[in-house]
Design a protein around this ligand. Structure first.
Ligand code: FWO
Ligand code: ZN
Length: 414
């Protein structure tokens, strides 16, 4: 077909391919007419994404349609991409022997769960799981489209590190943002002294400070009687602030939860684990959605609360004598499921419940440009169906990874 020459000399077909090349090359994406909860409720907006960033949020944005890929946001709610601060991305478990080592994370599970940022960590097994492997997997997930960070260490003290020191890991390894999960009040911990924990927190704090990172100490709480005592004493007896610690699994039993309410009322941050199994709930674990309502009713500010999934971590079931009865694997998809239940069952407003997996972890973990739909921030956006609050689409750093429930980008071997 003879190429027609438009008035600017570009042939139409050439201009169209140029423009589509432009939109492809510059990843111009516009989400039209969507309700936006950023996590503040912001009404119906148009959201323009340029390259990997959110460029504009306006009532109306008009662009020549050939310049930008367009998503019709009618009937959808745009929320910030979810942040899961505690995932065993290289697998965990092993508490029942080698055959109980759990599998590593598939990126498709994260995308299906609306998770666009993950913090990877090691757990019980800091021997056959390594920080080198954790860093490699984090980089692999990043190449597959989501944003990742890691924590140095594992359950055990002294901590496993990459460089030989907590401070150097934080200062020299870009993806390292903190340490953990360090086990306390658990029969699988190293039974560390309070001085050992103080020194770890001091090094993490100083390393984080020098690296412009959070240096968060992610503390695994088991079912042991000492509960949060070590953390309460360190905060009372040293200069280390409570914000240096993020105690997790605090919904695992009623006694620990009650002490965590006090810890939070005194300004501490607390993290609930969304992965669970029915008999844990029968045995006294508090479902995250319920725990959130109860903690808010106790007067704790929602900004001090986060959810994380413990995805791919083992959910071991020990009897009273510490014998393993069985174990299952945590799921990253439980993260949104629990926030959705908090809205639909516990009647917590979406813009409140959403904070525990967006703004709050972003702030506590110092994840810049994450956790909000805001110009200049990474274009991590989840589109929820307005009626069911199920996940329709997932955009990570400006790339559409799932659309109408269909994965557009699978993991390398999926
Ligand atoms: C929790 C991770 C636990 C692993 O207590 O800590 O074991 O290393 O994979 N999971 N040990 C699960 C409870 C909160 C239910 C981990 C696990
Ligand atoms: Zn744990």
């Amino acid at each position: 077909m003879p190429a027609m020459t438009g008035k600017r000399g570009l042939t139409c077909s050439k201009r169209r391919c140029f423009e589509s090349e432009l939109s492809h090359r510059f990843m111009l994406l516009i989400i039209k007419n969507t309700e936006a909860v950023t996590p503040q409720s912001s009404g119906v907006r148009d959201i323009l994404i340029a390259a990997e960033k959110i460029a504009h949020i306006e009532d109306h944005i008009e662009l020549p349609l050939s310049l930008a890929e367009t998503i019709d946001g009618t009937g959808l709610i745009a929320v910030p991409g979810f942040i899961d601060g505690h995932v065993h991305i290289t697998g965990g478990g092993g508490e029942g022997g080698f055959h109980t080592r759990t599998p590593e994370l598939l990126v498709s599970d994260a995308v299906r769960g609306g998770i666009t940022t993950i913090v990877g960590c090691l757990g019980t097994d800091g021997t056959t799981r390594s920080l080198a492997g954790l860093l490699a997997k984090a980089r692999g997930l990043e190449a597959e489209g989501i944003s990742t960070f890691i924590c140095s260490g594992s359950y055990g003290v002294p901590l496993q590190t990459i460089t030989g020191s907590i401070e150097k890991d934080l200062i020299l390894i870009d993806k390292v943002i903190g340490v953990g999960e360090i086990a306390l009040s658990d029969h699988r911990s190293s039974q560390p002294s309070i001085d050992e924990i103080s020194r770890i927190a001091a090094e993490a704090r100083r390393g984080g400070m020098l690296a412009g990172k959070s240096g968060v100490v992610n503390v695994h709480l088991g079912d042991g009687p000492r509960g949060l005592q070590f953390l309460e004493r360190i905060i009372a007896e040293t200069e280390i602030p409570s914000s240096q610690f993020l105690p997790t699994h605090i919904n695992r039993n009623r006694k620990l939860f009650e002490s965590a309410v006090g810890f939070a009322q005194r300004g501490g941050y607390v993290d609930f684990t969304t992965s669970t199994v029915p008999h844990f709930l029968d045995d006294g674990e508090i479902k995250c959605s319920t725990a959130l309502r109860q903690m808010l009713e106790s007067g704790v500010n929602v900004n001090q609360i986060s959810f994380s999934s413990d995805g791919q971590g083992s959910m071991p079931d020990f009897d009273a004598s510490g014998m393993l009865k069985g174990l299952t694997v945590g799921r990253v998809t439980s993260l949104w499921e629990e926030v959705r239940d908090a809205v639909l069952i516990e009647k917590i407003p979406l813009e409140t419940a959403l904070r525990v997996i967006t703004l709050n972890p972003a702030k506590l973990l110092h994840l810049r440009r994450k956790g909000e739909i805001r110009p200049g921030y990474d274009a991590d956006i989840v589109l929820l169906k307005k009626d069911s609050l199920t996940i329709d689409s997932v955009i990570s750093r400006g790339k559409v990874l799932m659309r109408h429930g269909d994965l557009l980008a699978k993991g390398t071997f999926e």
